[in-house]
Ligand binder design. Structure first.
Ligand SMILES: C[S@@+](CC[C@H](N)C(=O)[O-])C[C@H]1O[C@@H](n2cnc3c(N)ncnc32)[C@H](O)[C@@H]1O
Length: 341
């Protein structure tokens, strides 16, 4: 059921169905003839749902009403079993657009983790595309496989899952897009650069500023990628009820940062950046690896990349804040960068 099949029409045996009670609590069940769903609000017979249209309301034997719907991928993602932390759906949505995941694309992903991103990628590339996922932990790979197969109702024809380290195992070439969600994506840059086609795109999802700094600087240093772009998204949901229309009191404050960079053609040299780094961005307090970013960066000691993510970005950021604001940035410059450059 990679396409429309299994997502439309009356409920049938084997369908995954989400039952939502009056308090909004969701229960995901798989329908079987003669099956029963039990909760502390009583039991619901699967036969009461089989053959009925999606959006039906069923009652338990104690009278509790449940709305029955096939889960959307976002519902499924948030309720499925997890091993590793998943890509949060708002970020997966960003990846689809900003990393330009298109039908028929050849995509490499690591680590597969719980398979959340694998599901989104597979949906976007479709049956004629390819998603090669790598996961170095066998136990997580198993969870990812189950989560993908459960969502698509069996093995997806466009998916392969390799248990192993991307750096050692990646042998695909002519890859359009690479998505890395892991602790140390910079360790994979050489393997990724070899796999990507010229113009291909690498997208990294990292949780901390130290990771963000390191992956961006190492992308610059690598010189096979064009200037990376970084951002995060914040999602604020709203309470809308009569005259009480306001942002919800709670929100998810932080999930992760996204970085994208395009693969340059072999043998070319990236043009020097027009906007020079802020004075002090790569100054004496900056200890991490750094690209020959021109201008202020050129006098700074290059030094080897530290084993740990750098502590220095805080100093870099301080310098950034002191730098005078320049003209309005284009799409390639997030607000922070505008001050930096
Ligand atoms: C945060 S999880 C990924 C979650 C996944 N994107 C999802 O949405 O379900 C990071 C995973 O990357 C795996 N990992 C880290 N480095 C790796 C590498 N070099 N090759 C393959 N897997 C790696 C880890 O074992 C971990 O399961």
């Amino acid at each position: 059921m990679t396409g429309i099949h299994g997502r439309r029409g009356p409920f049938t045996d084997g369908d995954t169905v989400q039952l939502t009670d009056p308090k909004g609590r969701m229960h995901t069940i798989t329908l079987h003839e003669g099956g029963t769903f039990h909760s502390h609000k009583g039991k619901v017979e699967h036969d009461d749902l089989l053959g009925r249209p999606e959006g039906s309301v069923v009652r338990s034997n104690t009278g509790t009403a449940y709305v029955a719907l096939r889960p959307l991928l976002i519902d499924y993602t948030l309720s499925m079993k997890r091993g590793a932390t998943i890509v949060y759906p708002k970020d997966a949505a960003q990846v689809m657009v900003e990393a330009d995941i298109f039908p028929g694309a050849r995509v490499v992903e690591a680590g597969a983790g719980s398979g959340a991103m694998s599901n989104w990628l597979l949906r976007a590339v479709g049956e004629k595309g390819m998603v090669h996922s790598y996961e170095r932990r066998a136990d997580f790979a198993e969870i990812a496989r189950k989560n993908v197969e459960r969502f698509y109702g069996g093995p997806h024809p466009a998916w392969t899952l390799t248990v192993g380290d991307l750096v050692e195992e990646l042998d695909e070439t002519d890859v359009d897009r690479v998505f890395l969600d892991m602790l140390a994506p910079w360790e994979c840059l050489d393997a990724v650069a070899r796999a990507l086609i010229p113009g291909g795109l690498l997208c990294c999802y990292v949780a901390t500023t130290t990771q963000l700094s390191r992956v961006v600087e190492e992308l610059r240093e690598d010189e096979r990628f064009y200037e990376p772009r970084s951002w995060e998204t914040m999602l604020r949901t709203w309470h809308v009820e009569g005259l009480a229309v306001r942002p919800d009191h709670r929100m998810i404050g932080h999930t992760g940062f996204l970085v994208v960079a395009r693969r340059l053609a072999d043998g070319v040299e990236a043009p020097e950046r027009r906007r020079r780094p802020a004075k002090g961005a790569y100054g004496q307090d900056y200890e991490a690896s750094r690209a020959a970013a021109g201008g202020a960066a050129k006098g700074a000691p290059a030094g080897p990349a530290p084993a740990q993510a750098p502590a220095a970005p805080a100093a870099g950021e301080a310098a950034v804040q002191e730098a005078p604001a320049q003209e309005t940035p284009g799409r390639d410059a997030a607000a922070g960068d505008a001050a930096a450059e």
